[in-house]
Ligand binder design. Structure first.
Ligand code: MLT
Ligand code: ZN
Length: 462
């Protein structure tokens, strides 16, 4: 294999290549921390041509490539554990331009989400996809997983915000997809095939992001609720009267961890569930409507307590209770589930899941949180001290089979926004039919005939 690497270095003398142990470990893993990183080397191309040359080299030497962004993924999609070449896009991190008439921002894939958001603001607009990893994740990775986050309820997923994509396929061809057009009825839209393909069809080397007007001034509220049913009742009543920008929930168990991790308590007492919601509040009428809903919810018994942020700092403190959850759980090596069902099916699904998890995980701490207004729940199972990793994972995988069957019954998805990667690969068939998976494999063959790009992710290698 070192002969192949020597050949790469000879053909691309300007290419930055890393082979030190620390780099291999750093670039070979993502936030899952489950697989032991073991890449061949790390390549950090600076140009589209270098990306193409690397892919051509990989085809000649039959070396697998793992495309790599911020590696904040939670499904193992960016893990390199089998001698792959990690192709990190972190040096391709420039904002290339803003087109005022089109309201698009053209960026390289290594631009962090927060940097794209900041660049949009410089032009008086917003790039509205948003989530807690905004400072570390990259646009290329967001596209590869069709990232969702906390504003999907208002703005949709990453897919809605991509006007054009440049992509290098598995045989090194450069595709210029949709070219920023608003209307383009000229056949297959490969842009949408690439979005969410987890690096198995092509490597995103440039993206034109759609921007939009900033939302009206918002208010942020924290609500304490007696149970999950109440969360759904409050959601319906708030959605009917307010223009929601976000509606996120978490349980008391999540709160316990986030407080232990340094967040500040905002409501007294212990309550089973909490909601952080943000809604348009351009005038007093909207604020009065929100207070009215709070009062009504309390009368109905759906809301036990609530507070409205009086400043940006207070709003940030309320958001920290929700956005700090992932980090606060990380030391407990959570087994993560990221599932979705149609919004109308959420109540029925929630009851089925509560029963299943209480039955299957009586001995483990289970943390529920997520984007309930999108039908997307994060169910994290924490590893108890003293239980070996392999036993814990075996138990979680056993339960995930049942969880996947329950999801199938309810027409849901085993991955709402984190991707399939390695973690959810065994359960893909709970969400996709046999014929559909066969077509997915066929599509992969067309884009990547030699199976160079991220093999083993999404489905087993051919
Ligand atoms: C979130 O909603 O906080 C993210 O999807 C991350 C996670 O699920 O841990
Ligand atoms: Zn999420």
């Amino acid at each position: 294999m070192s002969a192949a690497l020597d050949d790469l270095a000879r053909h691309l003398p300007g290419l930055r290549l890393l082979t030190g142990q620390v780099d291999l470990e750093h670039y070979g893993r993502d936030w899952t921390r489950r697989w032991t990183p073991a890449p061949l080397a790390i390549a950090l191309p600076a140009t589209v041509e270098e990306v193409q040359d690397i892919v051509c080299w990989a085809n000649v030497h039959r070396v697998a490539i793992v495309p790599s962004g911020g590696r904040t993924g939670l499904s193992g999609g960016a893990v390199a554990a089998n001698g792959e070449l990690v192709l990190s896009l972190e040096r391709m991190n420039r904002v290339l331009g803003f087109a005022p008439a089109d309201r698009t921002l053209t960026v390289q894939p290594g631009v962090p989400l927060a940097a794209a958001q900041a660049a949009a603001r410089e032009h008086g607009l917003v790039y509205p996809v948003d989530f807690a990893a905004r400072g570390s994740c990259s646009i290329g990775g967001n596209i590869a997983t069709n990232a969702g986050g906390i504003r999907v309820i208002r703005y949709g997923n990453t897919r809605e915000w991509i006007a054009g994509l440049k992509v290098v396929t598995g045989n090194g061809a450069l595709l210029d997809l949709n070219r920023g057009l608003v209307k383009n009825s000229s056949g297959y839209d490969f842009r949408h095939l690439l979005i969410g393909s987890e690096g198995t069809l092509g490597i995103v080397v440039e993206a034109a992001l759609k921007l939009t007007e900033p939302p009206p001034p918002a208010q942020t509220m924290l609500l304490a609720l007696p149970d999950l049913d109440a969360v759904l009742s409050v959601f319906s009543s708030f959605r009917a009267k307010l223009a929601l920008q976000a509606f996120e929930f978490f349980t008391d168990v999540a709160l316990k961890h986030v407080l232990a991790h340094g967040a500040q308590r905002a409501l007294d007492g212990n309550h089973p569930c909490y909601v952080v919601t943000e809604f348009d509040a351009p005038d007093e009428a909207a604020q009065d409507a929100a207070l009215g809903l709070l009062g009504e919810g309390m009368e109905q018994g759906w809301i036990a307590d609530g507070t409205i942020a009086q400043s940006e700092a207070q709003a940030a403190a309320l958001w920290r209770l929700r956005e700090g959850i992932t980090e606060s759980l990380a030391p407990h090596r959570p087994y993560k589930n990221d599932v979705s069902v149609r919004i109308g099916v959420v109540p029925k699904y929630l009851h089925a899941m509560q029963a299943l998890l209480a039955r299957e995980y009586p001995q483990f701490e289970v943390v529920w949180f997520g984007h309930i207004g999108d039908g997307n729940l994060h169910i994290n199972v924490l590893k108890p001290d003293g239980v070996a990793d392999v036993d814990f994972i075996a138990q979680c995988e056993h339960v995930t089979k049942r969880l996947a069957a329950t999801l199938k019954e309810h027409g849901g998805s085993i991955s709402a926004e984190h991707g399939i990667g390695l973690l959810k690969r065994p359960y893909l068939d709970s969400t996709r039919g046999v014929a559909e998976i066969a077509l997915m494999r066929g599509v992969r063959k067309v884009f990547d005939p030699n199976g160079i790009l991220n093999p083993g992710k999404l489905f087993e290698s051919d």
